[in-house]
Write a protein that binds this ligand. Structure first.
Ligand code: BEV
Ligand code: ZN
Length: 262
């Protein structure tokens, strides 16, 4: 299936994804509603470690479903390790999930609470697998660091990304985006919840060790998608961005699956 047989609309939204992606009804589907009170504390879980100092961002792209910043991943210069992970996982890309105007578009929720947005830093297990594509289908292939974005003060560095959005307003567009280091997007605490789950978008592979940070980062109202909404639009999901309008819509409807955290 191509990447464009799904979306967030009435005809192609999350409740229909199982028709083309039966794994949507699998046993470890993401996102989930995180219930801190029932999450078991695992004393064997150490802190996560992020080695992002040698990060090499390459470009920023609009893939029709999200805005994605890709990284050079030919070696272990940027990795996540520790916590539930048995070895380092290489940073491949990060992307966001936003909601429409006034909507809260995080994918994971915490006791039913949605956040304004959610940032996903996607890493792959290059120790066990040859390519990202191979890792993406393996049960221990990916590690995604989820960071909630909450409206509040201006985020000092997020404007670097939102300023670049104008360069990728059309689906399929890519532009240079060098020397962006995502460590500026991390909250002060790396305390986390973790569970074994899946990609939250098709193909929904059950290959993700999720590491969701408890502390959100603050972004101002004007920074996330809210100020990018195309007036009068009803379609949820990345706008099929061949629109003549100058503004860009990052409208994502979050979809929820229910399951308890481990
Ligand atoms: N949102 S997500 O991070 O679970 N989905 C992805 N699809 C391809 C790479 S990451
Ligand atoms: Zn994501």
């Amino acid at each position: 299936m191509t990447g464009h047989d799904w979306g967030y609309g009435v005809e192609d939204g999350p409740s229909l994804w199982h028709q083309n992606y039966p794994i949507a009804e699998g046993s470890r589907q993401s996102p989930i509603d995180i219930l801190p009170q029932t999450a078991s504390h695992d004393p064997s879980l150490g802190p996560i470690a992020l080695k992002y100092d040698q990060c090499t961002s390459i470009n920023i792209a609009n893939n029709g479903h999200s805005v994605v910043v890709e990284f050079e991943d030919s070696d272990d210069r940027s990795v996540i390790q520790g916590g539930p992970l048995d070895n380092p996982y290489r940073l491949k890309q990060f992307h966001f999930h936003w909601g429409g105007k006034g909507c809260r578009g995080s994918e994971h929720t915490v006791e039913g609470h949605s956040y304004a947005s959610e940032l996903h830093l996607v890493h792959w297990n290059a120790v066990k697998y040859e390519t990202f594509g191979e890792a993406a289908t393996a049960p221990d292939g990916l590690a995604v660091l989820g960071i909630f974005l909450e409206t509040g003060d201006d985020h000092r560095w997020l404007h670097t990304i939102t300023d670049a959005l104008y360069m990728v307003k059309f689906k399929g567009s890519v532009t240079n985006f060098k020397s962006f280091n995502p460590k500026c997007l991390l909250p002060s605490s790396l305390h986390y919840w973790t569970y074994l789950g899946s990609l939250t978008t098709p193909p929904l592979h059950e290959s993700v060790t999720w590491i969701v940070l408890k502390e959100p980062i603050a972004v101002s109202e004007k920074q996330p998608a809210h100020s990018w909404w195309i007036p009068g639009s009803s379609h949820y999901g990345w706008f099929p961005i061949q629109t003549s309008q100058m503004e860009l819509s990052l409208a994502f409807a979050a979809h929820k699956t229910t399951a308890s955290t481990e």
